[in-house]
Ligand binder design. Structure first.
Ligand SMILES: NC(=O)c1ccc[n+]([C@@H]2O[C@H](COP(=O)([O-])OP(=O)(O)OC[C@H]3O[C@@H](n4cnc5c(N)ncnc54)[C@H](OP(=O)(O)O)[C@@H]3O)[C@@H](O)[C@H]2O)c1
Length: 265
C-alpha cells in the first residue's frame, strides 16, 4: 500500500476510507468490510456520531492497532481545557490509547487555543500527528503564524472540479500534507457521466472513480473515498495501480470549476 511520510516522520496511507454520512448502525459493518478488503486508514469525526463503531470494528478486525491509522476531528470546542476534555472523550469513544491524526474540523471558535491544546496532547503522546481541516489560504497562514507544531495535514474539499492548486502550493512550502475530502465530489456535478473522465477511463480499462482518485494520488494528495459497497471499496483502494499520462493529467486539470460544490467553505 502506498504511503506518505508526514512532517513529523509518521507514515500515513495515501488511500483511506471515509465514514461521513454512514449511519452509526451501519458503520461497524462498513468499517469491518473496508479493513477486510485492505484499508488501513479510517477517517471519522466527532460530529459523524460513529467514533464508537469505528473503534469497535477496528478492535474486532484482528488487525493490530499499530497497522491501523485512525483520524478523527474535533467539533465545537471552546478553548484549551474544553479541547483537552474533548480529545479524551474521543479516545474513550474509540476505546483507543492514541489517535493517529487529530484535526480541527473547521476554522471556527478560538482555533489558536484549540490547537494549543492539541499540541499539548500531541506532546503527551495521545496523538501521533495533529492537523486541520477546511482551513483555506488565509486561515491556514494565520494558524501557521501562531502555532508551534506545523499542522501535519490539512483536509480540504479537493476533487477534479476543485483542485486547490494555490492552497496546495502554500502547504507544500510549509510542509503540510494536503488531504482531499470528497475525492469523488460525492457524486456531484455529473462526475460519473463526465465525458473527459469516461474517455480516459475507457483508455485505461478503469472506472471513472479510479481516474478521479488517481488524478489526486498521482499528485501526492491523500484521498479518503467513502463507500458502503464492497466492490466500490475495492475499486477505490486499487486506484493507484496505474498511472495517468502527463497529457491526461493536463486534460483533467481543465475540469476545475473554481468554486466549492458544497458551499461550506
Ligand atoms: N473534513 C470535512 O469537512 C469533510 C467533509 C466531507 C467529507 N469528509 C471525509 O471525506 C470522506 C469522503 O467524502 P464523501 O463521503 O463526502 O464523498 P466521496 O467519497 O467523494 O463520494 C462518496 C459517494 O461516491 C459513491 N462511490 C464511492 N465509490 C464509488 C465507486 N467506485 N463507484 C461509484 N460510486 C462510488 C458512494 O456511494 P456508495 O456508498 O454506493 O459506493 C457515495 O455516494 C467522508 O466520508 C469523510 O470521511 C470530510
Amino acid at each position: 500500500m502506498e504511503t506518505v511520510i508526514l512532517n513529523n516522520g509518521v507514515t500515513m496511507p495515501l488511500i483511506g476510507y471515509g465514514t461521513y454520512q454512514i449511519p452509526a448502525h451501519m458503520t461497524e459493518q462498513c468499517v469491518a468490510d473496508a479493513i477486510c478488503v485492505g484499508y488501513r486508514s479510517i477517517d471519522t469525526a466527532q460530529c459523524y456520531g460513529n467514533e464508537r463503531e469505528v473503534g469497535l470494528a477496528c478492535r474486532k478486525s484482528g488487525v493490530s492497532r499499530s497497522e491501523l491509522f485512525i483520524t478523527t476531528k474535533l467539533w465545537a470546542c471552546h478553548g484549551f481545557s474544553d479541547t483537552l476534555r474533548s480529545i479524551d472523550s474521543s479516545l474513550r469513544r474509540l476505546n483507543m490509547d492514541y489517535i493517529d491524526l487529530l484535526l480541527i474540523h473547521e476554522p471556527t471558535g478560538d482555533v489558536h487555543e484549540i490547537y494549543r491544546a492539541m499540541e499539548c496532547a500531541y506532546r503527551e503522546g495521545k496523538l501521533r500527528a495533529i492537523g486541520i481541516s477546511n482551513f483555506l489560504e488565509e486561515r491556514y497562514l494565520d494558524l501557521i503564524n501562531h502555532c508551534e507544531v506545523i499542522p501535519a495535514v490539512n483536509q480540504v474539499e479537493t476533487h477534479v472540479f476543485r483542485q486547490q492548486k494555490k492552497l496546495r502550493g502554500l502547504e507544500y512550502q510549509r510542509d503540510t500534507q494536503h488531504e482531499s475530502w470528497s475525492p469523488l465530489a460525492c457524486g456531484r456535478n455529473g462526475v460519473w457521466k463526465n465525458q473527459t473522465l469516461l474517455e480516459i477511463a475507457g483508455q485505461h480499462g478503469r472506472s471513472v472513480s479510479q481516474i478521479a482518485l488517481r488524478f489526486l494520488t498521482q499528485q501526492g494528495i491523500i484521498v479518503i473515498p467513502k463507500s458502503t459497497n464492497t466492490q466500490h471499496m475495492k475499486e477505490n483502494l486499487t486506484a493507484s495501480e496505474f498511472d495517468l499520462t502527463p497529457e491526461e493529467m493536463q486534460v483533467i486539470e481543465q475540469l476545475e470549476v473554481g468554486r466549492s460544490l458544497f458551499g461550506w467553505w
